[in-house]
Design a binder for this molecule. Structure first.
Ligand code: G4P
Length: 533
């Protein structure tokens, strides 16, 4: 058996962040295929599993027409054990999407080269930035005419505030797409439009190698490529692993996921540059998976009724140190109670399998009869807790009331459950004669989920009255300024922990409030008391 330290060193747990339609499903599929290809050469069992996973996964994609929520996909490649955390993206975009990022050690930002940085990518990027995790960029769909690569780099800097270093650089694009040059390995990956899967890789002595003229056979393109590379070398950022590790510089790769083009090169660089599971802060100081042998982990997502037949809940746990073994006893720190982890599942798509063992970096699903809340810590040995899981600003709001007053008790219970699962955020109006409950969600689908689940699980009908707000800001600062704000500002609410939150309809409203109260800070998430998440 591998030593724990070696096992951790080869773990890579990451999420793909992108805007719908950029090609996340396609890229994930290709990554799994590469993983599967390795398995084919290795074990038969592995091959069977990977094929199974692929088809199940695609079937669900088809049925729902949206990304499968809650999947954790895993594959082996070149000695690495890779976990891809799926971030729900289309209509099912929710706070879970953000929270999933707290379980990832790095992120791959997938961008449609014709569209550049889009809204959802920007939101997800912000969460990664806040955590300071490394971000790798894959510019996709080079087989179609896209934007100029320099323009795309500029956009990363202007819209996201991140510098970049292209590891790959394209020669041509769309109709004239010829190849991607790997600046690190000095290799040319040739694109063959008639048979994109047939990928030729040629080693060069550098961009000036005459072989380049020969294989590209387009004087104009080659001249342009050489000029561009020179510009990158002279005026571009240097490759700096420390900046990459802190998420301040993103390595860029170019390719076409649908043609598997550039995917393997990306994967190889990604695996060697991305971090293994690292230290996380806790109430007893840093928890280092490389030195702490006792098991620990935290719940980052609770998913209800994944399987309609079972109507159960699954809590997703990210292992932060030690080894998980089926049946082991751990402490549930919030309730200070022992727990036996007997029915853990691992997620290869929707295809659940019982997991016997897992190690730091892995994600396991725990059967949840209602025990777990987002952010709960489970430990073996000395008890501690990880930092609280932050709430992110909802984007849709509604006043909520129960239709039949007699069902108030079930209604409150249901709301509490859904809030603890993190499906919704619940606020109370502040300083109003009649207190009102306001529900906030990140994706509008969550309103439907809320209605459906309160009815189905608690037999409660609710009324939702949509509010015009589009975001929330947690507010903190000197008490005098807070007191004035509390007196004068409209649309103040408190969150479940009693923190003060202001709701705004638009940026203009918020800026006006900020100008009025310059001593106060308006935070985009509830985590303002900590510097990082
Ligand atoms: P998503 O999960 O990010 O939403 O994107 P998805 O992979 O579903 O891809 C969205 C669309 O973009 C799909 O086309 C897909 O085939 C296409 N696509 C993905 N990668 C590439 C690429 O490298 N080049 C080109 N040209 N297209 C790409 P669709 O028409 O919506 O669906 P389909 O009928 O092709 O499945």
């Amino acid at each position: 058996m591998k030593l724990m330290k070696d096992e951790i060193e080869t773990r890579r747990t990451f999420a793909i962040i992108s805007h719908p339609d950029a090609g996340k499903t396609t890229l994930t599929e290709k990554l799994l295929l590469f993983g599967g290809a390795i398995r084919e050469a290795g074990t038969v069992k592995g091959r069977k599993n990977s094929k199974h996973a692929m088809s199940d996964w695609m079937e669900i994609e088809k049925q729902r027409g949206i990304s499968v929520t809650s999947s954790v996909l895993e594959f082996q490649y070149d000695g690495y054990h890779v976990n891809i955390l799926d971030t729900p993206g289309h209509e099912d975009f929710s706070e879970d999407t953000y929270r999933t990022l707290t379980a990832a050690d790095s992120a791959t930002m997938l961008i449609d080269a014709a569209k550049g940085v889009e809204a959802q990518t920007k939101k997800l990027f912000k969460v990664c930035k806040m955590r300071g995790i490394p971000i790798f960029t894959f510019m996709n769909k080079l087989d179609r005419q896209g934007r100029d690569p320099f323009e795309l780099m500029e956009e990363l800097e202007n819209l996201l505030g991140i510098r970049s270093y292209p590891v790959g650089w394209p020669i041509g694009m769309g109709q004239s797409f010829k190849a991607v040059y790997d600046r690190h390995h000095k290799k040319l990956e040739l694109y063959n439009p008639d048979n994109p899967k047939d990928i030729d890789i040629i080693s060069l002595s550098g961009p000036d190698d005459p072989k380049l003229d020969e294989v590209i056979n387009d004087e104009g393109l080659v001249a342009q490529f050489r000029e561009e590379l020179e510009l990158l070398d002279v005026a571009g950022d240097d490759f700096d692993v420390d900046l990459i590790a802190r998420g301040e510089l993103t390595p860029i790769f170019f390719g076409s996921a649908i043609s598997s083009f550039g995917v393997q090169t990306f994967l190889q660089h990604f695996l060697s540059l991305s971090p293994a599971p690292t230290v996380r802060e806790s109430t007893i100081g840093p928890i280092d998976p490389k030195t702490r042998e006792a098991f620990s982990g935290f719940i980052f997502k609770v998913q209800a009724n994944m399987n309609a037949k079972h109507r159960d809940r699954v809590a997703f746990l990210r292992i932060t140190s030690g080894r998980f073994k089926r049946g082991m006893s751990v402490k549930h720190v919030r309730t200070n109670k022992p727990l036996k982890l007997s029915q853990p599942t691992q997620f290869l798509a929707q295809n659940r399998s019982i997991v016997e063992e897992a190690c730091a970096g892995d994600i396991i699903g725990l059967f949840d009869p209602g025990t777990f809340r987002i952010g709960d810590t489970l430990v073996e040995g000395e008890a501690f807790e990880f930092d609280e899981m932050p709430h992110f600003s909802p984007e849709h709001f509604a006043a909520i009331t129960v239709k039949e007053a007699l069902k108030h008790k079930s209604y409150e219970k249901g709301l509490q459950q859904l809030t603890e699962e993190g499906a919704i955020q619940l606020f109370r109006t502040y300083n109003k004669y009649v207190e009102q409950q306001i529900v906030g969600v990140v994706g509008v689908l969550q309103f439907e989920v809320l209605e459906h689940r309160l009815k189905g699980e608690y037999n409660v009908d609710i009324q939702l009255e949509r509010q015009p707000f589009s975001f929330a800001r947690w507010i903190d600062g000197p008490s005098k300024a807070l007191a004035t704000l509390k007196e004068k500002q409209r649309n103040l609410v408190t969150d479940r922990e009693g923190r003060l939150v202001a709701l705004f309809e638009n940026e203009f409203q918020m800026r006006t409030a900020q100008d009025k109260y310059p001593e106060l800070t308006f935070y985009e998430n509830s985590f303002y008391k900590k510097s990082i998440i």
